[in-house]
Design a protein around this ligand. Structure first.
Ligand code: DC
Length: 205
């Protein structure tokens, strides 16, 4: 049985945490597809061209260590605008999604472009200020010195680029379940998502 759960949403909306927890709950493998763009972004900062970096990407490059600096984050958002980069990363994501038993993938275009046939689609959002606060806390606790105002500006800039790019813009699939996490605890978000998954799967399987 192929059972893909596609989770999309803007930066720091809580989709990564949710995806990891849902994967654990349903015993499915999880791919955070943002890591692919971050790894390509880092390779570009190291001097490679975006397209070559995307073509050469190896699973080893997806180790999150070093992929969350502000510079890599901004570069990831820029390379994600490029059609040849996105095209070079499609097969890796679809192969992951089509594993026997299923998989959870989170990103920006999973329900719309990568896995439009996914059994379950969730679109996870939160207000920009809430997302900036969460990301700021993460960065500070990881040792990065950065102001909240700067993080909020980065969130706005990334949202704008993610939503307005020509290639695979960030948009909810028409059949996605919307989850606004602004005023919900992590536990409450997980609970709602589990209900949505069970609902979708009983409808469709
Ligand atoms: O989810 P994240 O913050 O780790 O993603 C980093 C960047 O990668 C983000 O600015 C947009 C891009 N991205 C994308 O375009 N498509 C995806 N499926 C995942 C991420």
């Amino acid at each position: 049985m192929q059972f893909t759960i596609a989770i999309d949403g803007p930066a720091a909306a809580g989709k990564g945490t949710l995806a990891a927890q849902l994967a654990a709950y349903f015993s499915l493998p999880h791919l955070d597809t943002g890591l692919l763009y971050r790894a390509v972004g880092r390779m570009v900062l190291e001097g490679q061209t975006p397209e070559t970096a995307a073509q050469r990407l190896q699973p080893n490059d997806l180790n999150p260590s070093g992929l969350y600096t502000p510079a890599v984050t901004q570069q990831a958002s820029r390379v994600a605008e490029l059609a040849p980069v996105r095209a070079a990363l499609v097969d890796f994501q679809r192969d992951f999604a089509s594993q026997t038993g299923g998989a959870v993938l989170d990103g920006r275009d999973i329900g719309t472009v990568i896995c439009p046939q996914a059994a379950v689609k969730l679109f996870v959002t939160a207000r920009p200020e809430v997302r900036a606060e969460r990301r700021h806390r993460e960065l500070i606790s990881g040792g990065t010195k950065i102001s909240y105002a700067q993080v909020l500006q980065d969130v706005y800039e990334r949202d704008y680029r993610d939503q307005n790019r020509v290639e695979a813009p960030l948009i909810a699939a028409p059949d996605a379940t919307m989850l606004d996490t602004s005023d919900l605890s992590i536990e409450a978000v997980l609970e709602r998502a589990i209900i949505a998954v069970k609902q979708f799967s009983s409808d469709r399987l």
